[in-house]
Write a protein that binds this ligand. Structure first.
Ligand code: PHE
Length: 467
């Protein structure tokens, strides 16, 4: 029976390790860096509301689907879909969709590592006291100086990628448990301290208002970005959670665990937002400033409190660790696949893939400096150009990768997994794998997986096209 398979890559010692690993994967730059800046760009409350709805109605069912597919097949995403599809009398071609997801994960890793590198850089800068007593303009100028230096970014990007590859080369199960057990609670604690600081800025309510007050006319603006980010934040749609599910012990309950992980991840995002925006307003910064938001706001906060130097340093260590535990989950699906499919060792597979991701990541590094003027998809009043050097609008290289992965591939990946669980595997297999105690709750979950999530994803895509 499918449920009795064992993964060749090993498995987590207990359900607790799965929770750590999945939380480690979900909580990362998505919550601390991307969520606040996207909330700022897409105007606050309206984005937050749509994001929360997407987490609950779309992201969560996808997360459940991925975990149960992984746990049933005990293999990498592409092989899991192939085997389960064949078992259910469907086409082996399903594996292609999962393959696309695994490539998407690598593309995400390419820029994820660059931003992870920024946090490594900031550990040193904070620790050195570069931000002591800093003013808003200075913090902004500091960030601008950092990203304008391609060598500096490449150095930290390389170090971050090496750190991630190291863990994966050794095998996920070893090493991860130890660090996460201490780091995750510490990250929470520091976020709470940061929140405490925000309370003293005198602009706390302004921040809260910005995040939770919305204008119904703006609900549609950030719809697709919010859906893409919900998937990004939960690590779903690319097979990362699937592969972690493949290492999950048989007798642990999927649904309770997954809901817990999703709640925690969402909570960290909201906490990061509520902590950051008051600082943004107190300093008179622009909430829509984009990817630099966290790297300008946090130094401001830590630069102006007692023990800020130490706390700031520790905070960036934690951000880096959170990013690192997510980065490894981006690499693992393809590594597991190639280990299953070829005779090449895990170490070499990891080395090769990390190198490719590193190389693609250079494009993101250069987007902020020497390729700043390189613009793709430039739309004018009545013109469209695929590429133009020095154009006013359009996207830079990082923008293109981010757009393609978060807005298109992640939702499509999510769609694949819910359709696969809801329609290909079918009710009985899902029931057996989820093993929920309450039949009513199972019926609701299955309904979400089979109808609500797939339709919801399609509706968001359609709404975007006809907006
Ligand atoms: N969820 C991670 C974060 O929020 C990013 C990630 C996306 C990880 C997709 C794995 C897969 O930082």
């Amino acid at each position: 029976m499918a449920g009795d398979k064992v993964s060749i890559h090993g498995s987590w010692a207990s359900r607790w390790v799965f929770i750590l690993a999945a939380t480690g994967s979900a909580v990362g730059l998505g919550s601390i860096w991307k969520f606040p800046y996207m909330t700022g760009v897409y105007g606050g409350g309206a984005f937050v509301l749509v994001f929360l709805l997407c987490i609950a109605l779309l992201g969560l069912p996808v997360m459940l689907a991925e975990t149960l597919i992984g746990r049933r097949a005990r293999q990498s995403p592409a092989n899991a879909l192939r085997d389960l599809a064949i078992e259910a009398g469907h086409s082996a071609k399903w594996s292609w969709a999962a393959f696309a997801g695994m490539i998407t994960a690598l593309l995400i890793l390419s820029f994820y590592s660059v931003v992870g590198g920024w946090s490594l850089d900031y550990i040193i800068d904070m620790g050195r006291g570069d931000f002591q007593g800093v003013a808003p303009e200075q913090a902004g100028a500091y960030f601008a100086r950092m990203i304008s230096d391609p060598w500096r970014l490449t150095l930290w990007h390389s170090i971050f990628m090496l750190l991630s590859a190291y863990v994966i080369a050794r095998g996920v199960v070893a090493g991860l448990e130890h660090s996460l057990r201490i780091m995750m609670p510490l990250l929470f604690l520091l976020l709470l301290i940061l929140l405490g600081y925000s309370l003293t800025t005198g602009h706390f309510m302004e921040g809260v208002h910005f995040m939770f007050n919305f204008d119904t006319s703006r609900l549609l603006d950030g719809l697709l970005p919010a859906m893409g980010h919900a998937f990004f934040s939960l690590s779903v749609g690319v097979g990362s959670i699937l592969i972690y599910g493949a290492y999950m012990p048989k007798n642990s309950s999927i649904s309770g665990t997954i809901v817990g992980v999703a709640l925690l991840d969402t909570f960290v995002s909201l906490l990061a937002g509520v902590a950051l925006f008051p600082i943004v307003f107190a300093a008179g910064l622009n909430p829509g400033e984009g990817p630099g938001l966290m790297f300008v706001t946090l130094p401001l906060a830590f630069g102006n409190v007692v023990f800020g130097q130490l706390m700031g340093m520790v905070f960036f260590v934690l951000v880096a660790v959170a990013a690192w535990s997510s980065a490894i989950s981006l690499l693992e699906p393809m590594v597991a696949y190639l280990v299953e499919r070829t005779r090449v060792s895990r170490v070499w597979v990891t080395t090769g893939l990390a190198f490719i991701c590193w190389f693609v990541g250079l494009g993101t590094v250069f987007s902020f400096n020497i390729w700043k003027e390189a613009r793709f998809f430039v739309t004018g009043a009545d013109s469209f150009q695929l590429y133009q050097w020095g154009a006013a609008g359009g996207l830079d290289f990082f923008g293109v990768i981010d757009f393609f992965t978060s807005r298109i591939m992640l939702p499509l990946g999510g769609l694949t997994f819910v359709i696969f669980a809801g329609w290909v595997m079918g009710r009985e297999a899902v029931r057996e794998e989820l093993a929920m105690r309450s039949p009513k709750l199972f019926a609701l979950t299955f309904l979400l997986m089979r109808y609500v999530a797939p339709l919801g994803i399609l509706i968001v895509f359609a709404a975007q096209l006809w907006k």
